[in-house]
Ligand binder design. Structure first.
Ligand SMILES: [Zn+2]
Ligand SMILES: [Zn+2]
Length: 263
């Protein structure tokens, strides 16, 4: 600051400094004032907190208990510590841990739906933060397991990618990889064939619709622990097929992060 203001008389220098301080203060206030990324109301979240108003922060609180740490199945009593469900005790899925942010219910449903079908990418910051929050809970589910080596999104078939314009799982995975400091391997999984959207099928059909529909690239995944990312888990059929393909390609282990668990 000495260079350009060195020749100013004391009064002018002081007013210049005042203008600068005022600009800095305004910029800082601008950073603090923001809109809730869920409902759009004015919000002033604490530094580092989710960009939400107090009401939405409460409505979007993560599920803290009453679920299976392996498949995310929801138990009736939310106050229970996480524990394995009967299905996972009898026949565990092809991954080790699944972490999710919350139940697939409002307002999380609305956020995910808008993101997926209306390309509401302005919400990506919030959803990426929720995915990262879920990721941070993975370790608590099985602390003895190592940290994932790379982040892999559930792929869309190229035909659907063209129709929608973007893959919401890839966008989530990209944000999560950045926040978690892990490498992203966007091409590690691919679709081998076009399939009917799972949402249009009955439960029994969902389980067979995707069989053999994914292929993993062993050059990227062999010997690595993969963090598989998707937006929602319902029957788990998609994740099951993806994890099976990754294991076949030599992945040393698979963990899963989803935003929401339906059921
Ligand atoms: Zn709000
Ligand atoms: Zn389970």
């Amino acid at each position: 600051m000495s260079g350009e203001e060195g020749g100013d008389p004391p009064g002018r220098a002081a007013s210049g400094l005042f203008r600068r301080l005022r600009a800095v203060a305004a910029a800082a206030l601008g950073l603090l004032e923001c809109r809730c990324q869920c409902c759009g109301a004015a919000a002033s979240p604490a530094p580092g907190a989710l960009p939400l108003c107090a009401r939405c922060l409460n409505a979007l609180a993560p599920r803290s208990g009453g679920f299976c740490p392996v498949c995310g199945a929801l138990h009736a009593d939310e106050s229970q510590a996480p524990h394995r469900c009967a299905a996972c005790r009898a026949d565990p899925p092809p991954w080790d841990r699944l972490a999710f942010w919350g139940r697939y219910a409002a307002p999380l449903t609305g956020l995910i739906h808008a993101y997926k079908y209306a390309s509401a990418l302005h919400r990506s910051g919030l959803l990426e933060a929720l995915a990262h929050g879920a990721y941070l809970r993975l370790e608590g589910l099985a602390p003895e397991l190592p940290r994932p080596d790379l982040v892999v999104p559930v792929p869309l078939h190229p035909r659907r990618l063209r129709a929608r314009g973007f893959n919401q799982s890839l966008e989530l995975a990209r944000g999560l990889a950045r926040l978690a400091g892990l490498p992203l391997a966007a091409q590690a999984l691919s679709r081998t064939r076009h399939t009917v959207p799972q949402a249009r099928l009955e439960r029994a059909q969902r389980l067979t619709n995707l069989r053999g529909a994914f292929r993993a690239d062993s050059a990227l995944t062999a010997g690595r622990r993969v963090l598989l990312v998707d937006d929602v888990s319902a029957t788990g059929a998609t994740l099951r097929e993806c994890a099976t393909a990754l294991r076949r390609a030599g992945a040393s282990g698979v963990d899963v992060v989803v935003l929401a668990r339906a059921g």
